[in-house]
Design a protein around this ligand. Structure first.
Ligand code: NAD
Length: 306
């Protein structure tokens, strides 16, 4: 029987529910190749970092239950002829929903407002009066009629772009590598920027949905902030390394960037008043974890059977 090694108990549960899987599955949260489960035919991982891990002699395929393959040594796998899969689009809806939630919540100062209200605990009957007196500091902005710039129009970016139109935003998208299939999924009302500078100059809100590569690493920095509107809101649900966080802290301090929402908390911005750090919850939904695990398991099963 083919063996598949997993780094997540939850994923095993999902896999066991796939009656037809025919795979033997191990839970190896602290996996090393010397374990009893050594020499698997395939490995199914979620966020486990495999770069320092020895790849067994028998290994033929790795599937990542998620988007992106940063945690997998793809070059080493290519050299060895090991096939690497990921699960494109399986968590896109989960990320999209959190992006849109955060877009509105941050624009309405909801995160800061909720935190402030909690600080009133213990003030008893005074609370309603304190709320009325203090709420002025949280006056927000509506997103209707504002321009959202979407960088990267893949699985997540395309969903965000289309739904933002339904929220009455104007949407500009930038993606030099967009496929015809993706373009078909976009509403014709999504304007396409020919250059990223065009998107920077015209957006009130910017959300980024590109993979981390050598060319995207640090794409948000002092220089690119200077091309943006004053007070722009930036949302990063892709990878922390896309943003030079020290430059971001300065831009938040000066007000150049009005608000920064990141799914990748970082010391530089954690305590800044106008930054919101979320504990990497983009794809963390029951549905998304299940979709990813099922897609990854099917890919491995089909691969091992052929
Ligand atoms: P995808 O591959 O479907 O889309 C990525 C898009 O980015 C592609 O259309 C590609 O052409 C485009 N692109 C690449 N380089 C670009 C550049 N320099 N400028 C503009 N566009 C560029 O991937 P996806 O499923 O939409 O996910 C996007 C990223 O989101 C992933 O790589 C991952 O880092 C991140 N992600 C985060 C979470 C989370 O939990 N926060 C969950 C899933 C994915």
């Amino acid at each position: 029987m083919n063996t598949v090694t997993l780094d997540q108990v939850k994923t095993i549960k999902t896999l066991n529910n796939i009656a037809e899987s025919g795979l033997s599955v191990f839970n190896t949260e602290n996996y090393t190749i010397d374990n009893d489960n050594e020499n698997p035919d395939a490995i199914l991982v979620r966020s486990f970092n495999m770069h320092a891990m020895e790849l067994g002699d028998n290994l033929k395929a790795i599937a990542r239950a998620g988007a992106g393959v940063n945690n997998i040594p793809v070059d080493k796998c290519t050299e060895r002829g090991i096939v690497v899969f990921n699960t494109p689009g399986a968590n896109a809806n989960a990320v999209k929903e959190l992006v849109l939630t955060s877009l509105i919540a941050s624009s309405r100062n909801l995160f800061a407002g909720i935190q402030w209200v909690k600080s009133l605990a213990g003030q008893g009957d005074e609370i309603p009066k304190l709320v009325e007196a203090g709420k002025k500091q949280f006056v927000g902005k509506e997103i209707k009629g504002k321009t959202l710039g979407v960088i990267g129009l893949g699985a997540i970016g395309a969903l965000v772009a289309n739904d933002a139109l339904d929220l009455d935003m104007d949407v500009i998208g930038y993606d030099p590598y967009i496929s015809v299939e993706t373009a078909w999924k976009l509403s014709r009302k999504v304007q396409r920027a020919m250059t990223i500078e065009q998107l920077f100059a015209n957006s009130d809100y910017i959300t980024v949905h590109v993979p981390l590569t050598d060319s995207t690493r640090g794409m948000f920095n002092k220089e690119t902030f200077s091309l943006m509107k004053d007070g722009v809101h930036i949302l990063n649900f892709s990878r922390g390394e896309l943003v030079n966080e020290a430059d971001m802290a300065e831009a938040l301090e000066s007000g150049k960037v009005g608000k920064y929402v990141t799914d990748f908390p970082n010391e530089n911005v954690l305590n800044m008043k106008n930054a919101v750090a979320i504990p990497h919850l983009g794809a963390s939904t029951v549905e998304s974890e299940e979709n990813c695990a099922i897609m990854a398991a099917r890919q491995l099963k089909e691969f091992l059977e052929t």
